[in-house]
Design a protein around this ligand. Structure first.
Ligand code: HEC
Length: 177
């Protein structure tokens, strides 16, 4: 009986604690896929507009001008990120199967050799990002040219995150590797 009592509380504690796994990457700004999925959920009619192919500049003009159904309150960085994504992803025929965005690719392809902190703390222009990806250390990463382009565009807008904004678990070695 005593043992039972002793054993039970920790078990209950565990059960009570059972949290959803912490998202260490919540600090990374949303990519276009997530923004678009939320907008489509709010306003399914948006799907009709996605079946066309437009440049990032045209999408940006539209997003910051008349706007897109279901999408409000985007800041400049989000608008740019979404416009870039739409240009790569379009035309989107199946809104239920949105292609990966630059954030998805960064998380999938840029942290198997070093922590992602090495990447997202750098503020760089597009040519510099493409240059990093063509270094001998990176040239073998399985990404098509179009994917490298998209990844670079996401990082141009969204990287340069201050180290203080990054969870301590991901600061090992600071912004280094
Ligand atoms: C196959 C292993 C590997 C993967 C995957 C990888 N890196 Fe690296 N990365 C390295 C190595 C090795 C270094 C250190 C040597 C160097 O700088 O070339 C490095 C260093 C870096 C640096 C700091 C040095 C510099 O060039 O400024 C950046 C930034 C970087 N990587 C970005 C990226 C990005 C973006 C991705 C995803 C597209 C990525 N890495 C994925 C191996 C990798």
């Amino acid at each position: 009986m005593r043992t039972g009592l002793l054993v039970l509380p920790p078990l209950l504690l565990l059960a009570g604690a059972a949290p959803a796994q912490e998202d260490y990457f919540a600090f990374m700004p949303e990519g276009g896929r997530t923004m678009l999925a939320a907008a489509l959920a709010a306003e399914p009619s948006l799907a009709e507009m996605l079946a066309t192919s437009q440049t990032a500049e045209d999408w940006l003009t539209r997003i910051t001008g008349e706007g897109l159904p279901g999408l409000t309150g985007l800041d400049d960085w989000q608008a740019r990120t979404l416009a870039d994504y739409l240009a790569y992803a379009g035309p989107i025929d199946d809104p239920a199967a949105l292609p990966p965005d630059g954030r998805d690719m960064t998380l999938e392809r840029c942290q198997s050799c070093h922590i992602v902190t090495v990447v997202v703390t750098q503020a760089r222009e597009k040519e510099a990002w493409l240059g990093t990806m063509s270094k001998p250390s990176h040239v073998e990463i399985p990404l098509t040219e179009a994917e490298r382009d998209q990844l670079a565009d996401y990082l141009v807008v969204n990287a340069g995150i201050p180290i203080d904004a990054i969870p301590p678990e991901l600061r090992a070695g600071g912004a280094s590797y």
